[in-house]
Design a protein around this ligand. Structure first.
Ligand SMILES: [Zn+2]
Length: 571
């Protein structure tokens, strides 16, 4: 009866796509709020998050707790259930006849029929992580029906609902505020500082960062309103956040406009994007600045490799500066939120005399849109085209072995963003044959070492990594650990048991997370993983009768190092 793994059926009654995102027609009223109360948000659509744009609205819990009922925003059916220790945690997808899908993330419990269904699926598949596609007839819902309860599961840092609207056909995400979900917002965004860049050979480089003063309400100024720039072209970036009504929470802005001599030169609006474009957020922001100072700046110029669709102007945002005696360019930057509360900063740019700043060194020029391969001694890298966002002078150096079976290869700089992974291969030296299976390419950053995975190709250990940095061959022979958090021999009064599982290395690149399984009297049991605390929890149910039982938990790391915990207990 249930088509698990089947493709979601395409409803025939779809709205034309041009209605999407247009609040002036009936589309705006398609959805009701997923919470039946005034809502406030802790995250806006398009907000710059780690390696992505925030794809929905984060709606705060009314009392800081989990458990509030969540209502279907429109009639439709449950089309997907996803359960993961990461990302949206326990998430529900509803497909609606209006051509949209709504997504509800970080949920605590689902409605009882769904809970029963999910419990069966866990045990049938003997898996905690689930990703189930359902047809229209399995779980239909009406608008305003309770579908689940607000929670804090997955990559969440406090009880809230992550609410998303998608185009069912293209899976593009849309700004929920365009669909009749309203949030009181009377405060204009704040501008904190401004950054100015020059460019040479098409490569941008930062010139200066300037603090911004708030003169009156939404008017911002520099200490000195004229900036001297030692480059033929100037680019700008600003650090800015929105605030909603009576909240000091820093929220993402909806859009920014850059005017040069009162003509619009650059503009973006956070209306829609697709998941495969998310990582371009590292091109939109000044990634280098963020990785070094944790400050988030929106660039007001486009890097050559940035293919995001959010920019309204074809112009790339670079401002040409006339010769030093030829006058000034008048700049005005407007920042606004979805309710069109606006802030503004005005300034002048002037070309200064003197030789332009030289680009940072680096021996090898890599064109962002061309593939690049390099072999130097015991290291090989293959970077496919369009991994970088701008042409880059690549740095490479080595350092002595550091508890490793190779030199430490320092490949460029971790503050240069990559759109996808590239191939890295290292030839180890002095590695005993019996440890080949335990060898990994490790990335080393200060005291932190993470396993990037590794497969043998002749004498070379290969993997895919998605950052630059320092890499060396290390071995992992240490099994994970299993530590009881809530477990003792007498569990007659306990409704659940908890264990902490951890490992010596973090994982990234091609390396796999810990794999665990648990059994009571030889029967597989569901243990839910909380990835924020590395804790696995089993809630006792009808399957465990009163009496004496044996528990076995097994945890395996990426290199096959295994730890087993065995003990009997009374229930
Ligand atoms: Zn969210």
């Amino acid at each position: 009866m249930i088509g698990i793994g089947e493709k979601v059926e395409t409803p025939a009654y779809r709205l034309p796509i041009e209605h999407v995102g247009d609040p002036s027609n009936e589309v705006a009223a398609l959805f009701s709020s997923p919470l039946k109360r005034a809502i406030s948000v802790s995250g806006t659509f398009g907000e710059l998050r780690s390696n992505h744009f925030h794809a929905g609205l984060d709606i705060k819990s009314s009392n800081g707790q989990v458990g509030e009922p969540i209502y279907a925003a429109a009639k439709g059916y449950v089309s997907r259930i996803k359960i993961s220790a990461y990302g949206y945690g326990r998430a529900l997808y509803l497909t609606h006849p209006n051509g949209h899908t709504t997504v509800y993330g970080h949920l605590d419990r689902f409605m009882p029929e769904l809970e029963q269904y999910i419990d069966k699926e866990h045990y049938k598949r003997q898996r905690f992580e689930l990703d189930l596609s359902l047809t229209a007839t399995t779980f239909p819902v009406t608008q305003g029906q309770i579908i689940a309860y607000l929670g804090n599961t997955g990559s969440s840092t406090g009880p809230h609902l992550h609410f998303e609207v998608r185009n069912s056909m293209t899976e593009e995400v849309l700004n929920p505020l365009e669909f009749g979900i309203s949030v009181k917002d009377t405060d204009a965004p704040k501008i904190f500082s401004l950054k100015v860049y020059g460019k040479q050979q098409g490569i941008p480089f930062p010139l200066m960062t300037l603090p911004v003063i708030n003169k009156i309400s939404s008017r911002f100024e520099l200490e000195q309103d004229t900036i001297l720039v030692n480059s033929d072209f100037a680019g700008m970036a600003i650090k800015t956040y929105d605030q909603s009504f009576q909240s000091s929470q820093r929220l993402g802005v909806y859009g920014i406009k850059l005017f040069v001599d009162e003509s619009l030169q650059y503009e973006f609006d956070m209306n829609t994007f697709s998941f495969d474009q998310m990582r371009y957020s590292n091109a939109h922001r000044d990634y280098e600045e963020q990785s070094k100072s944790r400050q988030v700046y929106h660039r007001l110029f486009r890097l050559a490799g940035n293919k995001l669709p959010i920019y309204q102007k074809k112009d790339d945002g670079w401002i040409s500066l006339p010769g030093s005696t030829d006058g000034l360019r008048r700049i005005r930057i407007e920042v606004y939120d979805h309710e069109n509360n606006k802030s503004e900063i005005k300034l002048f740019l002037k070309r200064s005399d003197g030789p332009p700043k030289s680009l940072p060194g680096g021996s090898q020029l890599v064109s962002f849109d061309q593939p690049f391969s390099m072999q130097k001694g015991e290291v090989k890298i293959d970077i496919p085209a369009n991994r970088l966002y701008t042409d880059t002078y690549l740095d490479y150096s080595t350092q002595a072995k550091e508890n490793s079976y190779s030199l430490v290869h320092k490949i460029h700089d971790p503050s240069t963003p990559l759109h996808r992974s590239y191939k890295l291969a290292i030839k180890p030296s002095g590695l005993p044959a019996n440890l080949m299976k335990k060898a990994v390419i490790a990335s080393i950053s200060g005291n932190s070492v993470s396993n990037q995975g590794g497969k043998w190709n002749g004498d070379w250990l290969e993997t895919n990594v998605n950052s630059f940095g320092s890499f060396a061959v290390k071995i992992d022979t240490i099994p994970p650990t299993i530590k009881p958090v809530t477990f003792k021999t007498d569990m007659t009064k306990n409704t659940y048991m908890k264990f902490k599982i951890s490992d010596n290395f973090g994982v990234s690149g091609d390396a796999k997370e810990l794999v665990y399984d648990a059994y009571i009297d030889g029967q597989w049991i569901l243990m839910e993983l909380d990835s924020r605390n590395d804790v696995i929890t089993h809630r006792f149910d009808y399957r465990t009768k009163s009496g004496k039982h044996s528990l076995r938990i097994q945890v395996k790391d990426d290199r096959g190092n295994t730890k087993t915990f065995v003990q009997t207990f009374l229930k």
